[in-house]
Structure formats: C-alpha cells, structure tokens
Design a protein around this ligand. Structure first.
Ligand SMILES: Nc1ncnc2c1ncn2[C@@H]1O[C@H](COP(=O)(O)OP(=O)(O)OP(=O)(O)O)[C@@H](O)[C@H]1O
Ligand SMILES: [Mg+2]
Length: 520
C-alpha cells in the first residue's frame, strides 16, 4: 500500500521562493534559454535601457557595443551610453535585484516595462561564469564616475557589492555595463548584428557603434535624423482598462477623502460629471471614503464604470517614428524599387492607447522572387527577433489577403515576394506574451489596426505593380510596333516618294501619342 504523505510533512517543505531563484531556474522565460539567444538578450536589455535613459533625459543617444570572445563560449559584452547616468546609491539595486526599476508603475511608451531586464542579464552571467556584472556610471562632468562589481544573492534577491571604486572617466555623463557570460556568436536573422541593424531602422535619431567579436570590423549606424522623437507622456490608467482586483487595491491605498475625488484623481478622462454619474450608477455616496468600500460595493463601482460613457484615452501620449522617418531610413538601409509607409491614428485596447506604423519596401535588390517576405516586428521601437509565429503582427500579416495586391500568398503563411515589411506597435503598455518580451498578444483591436495599415500599404503597392506591369507591356508593344514601323516606312516611301526617315519619325510620334493617351 502506498503510504500517504502527511500535511505536516508537506508543510516542512513549503517555503517562500525568491524571485531570483525562480528566474535562475526558469531563465528561458526571460530569453536566456540557450547561449545564442542569451548573447542577444543581454545586449538587447542593456541597449534598450540606454535608449530609454537617453530619451528620458532628452539626449541624442550614442551607444557603443563591444563583444569580445574571452575563451570558447565565454564572451564579454560591454554597452556604453551617453545617457544621464545613474546615481551611485541606486546602482546596486538596479543591477543586483530582480524586479527593481522605474517603469513598472508608470503608464508610458518606453522600452522597459518590468524592472527585470538588466539584472536578469547580470544573473545569467553570474550563473554561467561566476563573474559579477560591472557598471561604470557618471551623472555630471563635475562629479567623478562610480565603478561597481555586483552579484545577486539569489536567496534574498539582494545585491552584493564585490568591488566599489571612484574613477576618472573622460565622458561627461553616461553608463557602461559589462557582463561576462556563456554565449555563442552567430550571424543571420536572430543575431546581435541583425538586432542592432533593426534598432537603427526604428530609431533614426540614434548613433550606434558596434564592435563585433573576432576582429570583424567596426560597424557604425549614423543618425538619419538629428532630432529626438516627441517625448512620450505618462498617463493615469483609463477606467475601462482597470480590472476589479486593481480597483480594490487602488481604493485601499488611495489617499483621497471621497469616492468622487478618488475617481477624479486616480484615473484619466474622468470629469466631475462622469465621476458623479459613476457614483450614481453604483448607488454610492460621492463623499464616502474609498478605503471604506466593501468588496461588493467595489464590484458595484467596477460595473458602474463600464456602464458609463467615458472619453477615450488621450491620443497625444505616444511617440511614433513617423512616416517620413520610416521612409528615409528604409531608403538608406534597403535598396528596392518601391517604398511606402503608413501610420494609423491612435487606437485603444483595454484602456491603453496604441498606434500602428508600417513601412514597406518592394523589389529588394538581389532578393529571390520565390522566398517569403522579410518581416521586421517592433514594439516601442525595439526589434522582436524571436517567437515570430506567436506574435499578433505575424497573425495580421498572414490574415491580409496579399493576392489582392498582386502578390503570391500561400494559405496560413507569409506572402512570397522580394519585399520587406516593418510593423511597429507603439503603446503605453505593450501586451507581450511573456516576460522575454518577444511577441505581442493577440488583442483583436491590435490585429485590426495592423491589418488596416498593411492594407493601405498593400493598395499603394498594387498601384505600383499595376503601373509597372502596364509600362512593361506597353514598352514591349512599342518595340514590336517600331520593328514593323521600319518595314512599313520603307514600303510607304517607295510608294509615295516621301523620305523614309520622315515617315519613320511620324510613325514613332504616333506610337508615343498612343502611349500618352493610355495614361502612361
Ligand atoms: N543605462 C542606464 N542609464 C540610466 N538608467 C538606467 C540604465 N539602465 C537601467 N537604468 C534604470 O534601471 C532600471 C531597471 O532596468 P531594468 O532593465 O532592470 O528594468 P526596466 O528597463 O525598467 O524594465 P524591463 O525589465 O522591461 O527591461 C530602469 O527602469 C532605469 O530606471
Ligand atoms: Mg530594461
């Protein structure tokens, strides 16, 4: 007979799990599942942070990325920015504590969202090489730079400083992060090289200097634009996007004295009239203290919110790349026959504003005619290189019927053409499918907007293809006409005695007039 485990025995094993221990075990959730991907993720986390920091401080970013092979499968990555730097006291927690950051509690279009990225990269380095993450940071030309080496105490999820120094650094301000890690360097679709190239594509205001390993030669992506993108604005949550559990939490922690001031102060787009209407619908007094609401009353409030008509979230909170910038970078980076871009108006999913931008290049020089298109996906200007098939962007591209626009399009797959599509989803909160932030969840509102932008570009592409095809047949027809025109001219010349060249000239004018008449 199987002996039963007693509850007391189980209780002995039941204890708290530290977040660091959890992610050390489940590193695949953060994008560190194999050495190739780990290299990309580490670089990406640091570069994304550098770009966010520079933009927040309104500094035109210049990022230097170095990758060095130390021994077989052991690399050192170094990412240096000219951002605002990090104050000394914050450095240990930012790099030595998982879930510590400045963005989780804000609703704003930034690359970072979770407060996990860079400490997770450091943790991966520590687990695979035993080496600490090192940071050099300076906040002003009048102050010295601070250097730290940090490891994470995974049981406590707390930083342990293994080295601390004050250094001179020529830079006025900025941060350099170095991580040693088990990694593999590759070229191709999911490489660091590709990630940086696509980063330059979606960030025309950034200068990137990249030193790949094995003395491969330095690559520089110069700025296409010397202007920072518009500053994204932080917003309060829109009432339609907040779930019941969150409303209860907000009610309990609010300092507002009355329910009406709670509604006015904690949410966006709630006017005094709307606040009164919500209280009325929920049968609650406007002056009741929010913390006093029972769970049933909170649920009543939640239901009332969803019955009252509230204005859509503010539209000017995002920082799109812009059609013009998309076109200039595409023209600079990809050689093709036809370029177009389309930017949708701001839309809303679950109370969060978002905006879709699409860029298209057709007739890419040297690209095979019978290959699937190149799809470049971006979320808040960050290239997404993994989990293509799980992403809402891919779903939308597949759902558009590209045959309507003159392309080959097998069922349930990407279209076939020498074409590149870049799709950018910008939002105050991008709904990723996992913490690795590689694929966007399938919200119908997002898929619909992406499809509308793609269809717009598709229509313009089909006009181009149509014209090109017509021009091709017209040219062919004209060359046949001209071939016979010569013979016709010599017969007419011998019949009429008019000079052959003169008749040939008249005939060719006739051919051109016909072409003009056809609208070409
Ligand atoms: N290069 C940098 N310059 C200035 N501040 C930085 C830099 N790198 C990180 N930070 C600060 O450290 C915080 C934590 O970074 P981390 O990458 O762990 O989280 P995040 O960027 O907020 O979110 P995510 O987990 O989605 O990347 C950031 O929110 C930012 O405030
Ligand atoms: Mg980050």
């Amino acid at each position: 007979m199987v002996e039963k485990v007693k509850a007391e025995e189980l209780a002995l094993k039941q204890r708290e799990i530290s977040i660091s221990e959890f992610f050390a075990k489940n590193r695949h959730l953060l994008g560190f599942d194999n050495p190739t991907r780990a290299l990309l993720t580490a670089v990406k986390e640091a570069v994304d942070n550098s770009l966010d920091a520079c933009e927040e401080a309104r500094i035109l970013p210049e990022i230097i990325i170095r990758i060095e092979e130390l021994s077989e499968e052991r690399f050192k990555v170094s990412i240096e920015d000219n951002g605002p730097g990090i104050v000394k006291e914050q450095i240990p927690r930012i790099f030595g504590k998982l879930l510590y950051g400045s963005r989780f509690h804000t609703i704003k279009m930034t690359r970072g969202q979770q407060g996990l990225g860079i400490s997770a990269a450091g943790l991966y380095g520590q687990l695979t090489t035993g080496k600490p993450i090192s940071i050099l940071s300076k906040i002003s030309s009048k102050r010295p730079a601070h250097f730290y080496e940090i490891i994470i105490d995974t049981q406590k999820n707390e930083p342990v400083i293994t080295k601390e120094e004050v250094l001179e650094w020529k830079k006025e301000h900025g941060t350099r992060v170095e991580i040693q890690l088990l990694a593999r360097y590759i070229k191709g679709d999911r490489s660091v090289d590709e990630y940086l190239k696509q980063t330059a594509l979606a960030n025309p205001h950034v200068r990137i200097i990249y030193k790949p390993p094995f003395g491969d030669g330095e690559i520089t992506y110069e700025r296409v634009k010397d202007l920072l993108p518009p500053e994204p604005k932080e917003i309060k949550p829109h009432p339609y996007g907040v779930e019941l559990g969150n409303i209860i939490k907000m009610l309990q922690s609010s300092r507002a004295r009355s329910l009406k001031s709670f509604l006015l102060g904690e949410f966006s787009r709630v006017s005094p009239r709307v606040a009164s209407e919500i209280c009325q619908k929920a049968a609650l007094a406007e002056n009741i203290s929010p913390a006093r609401l029972s769970p049933e009353q909170a649920e009543g409030l939640f239901n009332a919110i969803n019955q009252v008509k509230i204005r859509a979230p503010e539209k000017d909170t995002l920082s799109p790349i812009g059609e013009e910038a998309i076109l200039s970078t595409l023209k600079k980076m990809v050689k093709g026959d036809f370029y177009t871009a389309s930017s949708r108006p701001v839309a809303v999913y679950r109370g969060n504003p978002f905006q879709i931008e699409v860029g298209l290049v057709y007739g890419i020089d040297g690209y095979p005619q019978d290959e699937f298109i190149i799809l470049c996906r971006f979320a808040n200007r960050v290239p997404l290189l993994y989990q293509q098939s799980a992403c809402a962007i891919t779903r939308a591209v597949i759902q558009v019927d590209w045959r309507n626009y003159g392309l080959q399009h097998p069922k349930d797959s990407l279209p076939i053409a020498p074409m590149l599509l870049m799709v950018h989803v910008g939002s105050v909160w991008v709904p990723f499918t996992s913490e690795a932030k590689e694929a966007i969840a399938h919200y119908p509102e997002i898929i619909k907007e992406i499809k509308l932008a793609l269809q717009e570009c598709g229509r313009r592409l089909s006009i181009f293809l149509h014209r090109r095809e017509r021009a091709f047949y017209e040219a062919k027809r004209r060359s046949i006409f001209e071939l016979y025109a010569r013979e016709l001219a010599s017969s007419l010349s011998s019949l009429t005695g008019v000079k052959k060249q003169r008749i040939e000239k008249q005939l060719s004018l006739l051919a051109r007039a016909r072409t003009r008449f056809k609208g070409l």
